[in-house]
Design a protein around this ligand. Structure first.
Ligand code: SF4
Length: 360
């Protein structure tokens, strides 16, 4: 069963959709919670009970026993994570079933297992700890849990490296090379001990010696939204606004993160905007819907998109519309939920629970 959007929802005008969403929401009452990731459209965020990052939102929903329906306005791996952490009687929905994450898709479990087999053949897998970013499919989270590893977010990746390197000699980090590199360098891993596993190449494009010598192996995945930003954007922004503060997400390339005034997770960025004084000029290197929402919330501050254009859009986040939300809520008992199979869920949950051992 596929949640194809019926014609009546395609043609309904926005005001009608708003009224229908509000009515459906009222009818479902406390049995429903609507979660929206920071990168969602403003009009979708306006219906959210909670706005945040994927892990934080999943935890919130799981801690609400009265909630039967978790509607996650985000992308597929986020709804999977919510389902992994949800109570057994809670059901999770993704209003637009086509909303995926290209970066998560860059680390296919089959490719990861092939890479792991190479490490096994070289005799180093036993001392290698897999670390997977939240932005991975449930299958990779389960692989991580099964092989003694843990999940990290953009705010605790440093702690995840510390946890892992106190238990093994080597970390295999999936799937974002930039978050992995930015974190590893600041953690103090020598640059010559960081290598990149190119999944399009035989043996990741690495020699046996490079794999054996590495402390951190980075899966060569990236987020096309955050790799939009360049050091030249920072130079241009500083030239135009001499007092600007540049804040970027750690999924940006190292040359951008190195040149910024600060970097951090979506939570860090939203808190930075909130606590900045009136009149502050802030240029942000992350998804444009978050930036626009910050500019909307804080009109007394100048909040700009770093590249100076509006190209930093996550098209997958943008897929979720009021039309999808209305359809999902009005037909929730017929809507196909996101269900992670139990055997995958158990190992994935193990990897997520290990994340809780990381000091904050
Ligand atoms: S912003 Fe990047 S990492 Fe986040 S969902 Fe979109 S493609 Fe994936």
């Amino acid at each position: 069963m596929f949640n194809a959007l019926p014609q009546e929802y395609r043609v309904a005008p926005p005001e009608e959709l708003r009224a229908r969403i509000a009515a459906a929401r009222e009818q479902l009452g406390s049995r429903l919670t609507i979660l929206a990731h920071h990168y969602q459209r403003l009009e979708v965020c306006e219906f959210a009970d909670h706005i945040g990052d994927s892990y934080g939102l999943s935890k919130i929903a799981a801690a609400m026993p009265e909630v039967d329906y978790i509607v996650f306005c985000g992308v597929h791996f986020m709804a999977e994570s919510a389902d992994i952490l949800a109570q057994p009687d809670q059901t999770t929905f993704l209003p637009n079933p086509l909303a995926g994450c290209p970066m998560a898709d860059m680390a296919e479990v089959a490719d990861v297992m092939e890479a792991w087999a190479v490490l096994n053949d070289l005799g180093v897998a036993d001392r290698t700890i897999p670390v997977s970013y939240m932005n991975t499919a449930a299958g990779l989270k389960a692989f991580t849990g099964k092989n003694g590893g843990l999940i990290c977010t953009s705010s605790n990746a440093n702690g995840a490296l510390e946890w892992s390197l106190s238990r093994g000699d080597k970390v295999f980090f999936f799937p974002d090379e930039h978050l992995g590199y930015n974190t590893a360098v600041r953690f103090g891993v020598p640059r010559e001990r960081i290598v990149f596993w190119d999944f399009a190449e035989d043996q990741g494009g690495l020699t046996d010696e490079q794999i054996r010598e590495a402390t951190v192996i980075l899966w060569k995945g990236h987020c096309h939204v955050h790799t939009n930003f360049s050091p030249e954007h920072i130079d241009q922004m500083r030239e135009t606004y001499p007092d600007v503060r540049i804040i970027v997400h750690p999924e940006c390339p190292p040359a951008v993160v190195d040149k910024a005034d600060a970097f951090g997770s979506t939570k860090f960025i939203t808190e930075y905007c909130e606590s900045a004084p009136a009149g502050a000029v802030i240029a942000i290197g992350t998804e444009v819907n978050l930036i626009n929402r910050m500019a909307h919330y804080y009109p007394d501050k100048t909040i700009l998109e770093l590249s100076g254009q509006t190209c930093a859009v996550c098209a997958n986040m943008y897929r979720t519309t009021l039309n999808d939300l209305a359809f999902c809520l009005e037909r929730i008992d017929d809507f196909k939920p996101i269900r992670v199979p139990e055997h995958i869920k158990a190992d994935a949950r193990l990897a997520l629970e290990r994340m809780l051992e990381i000091p904050k």
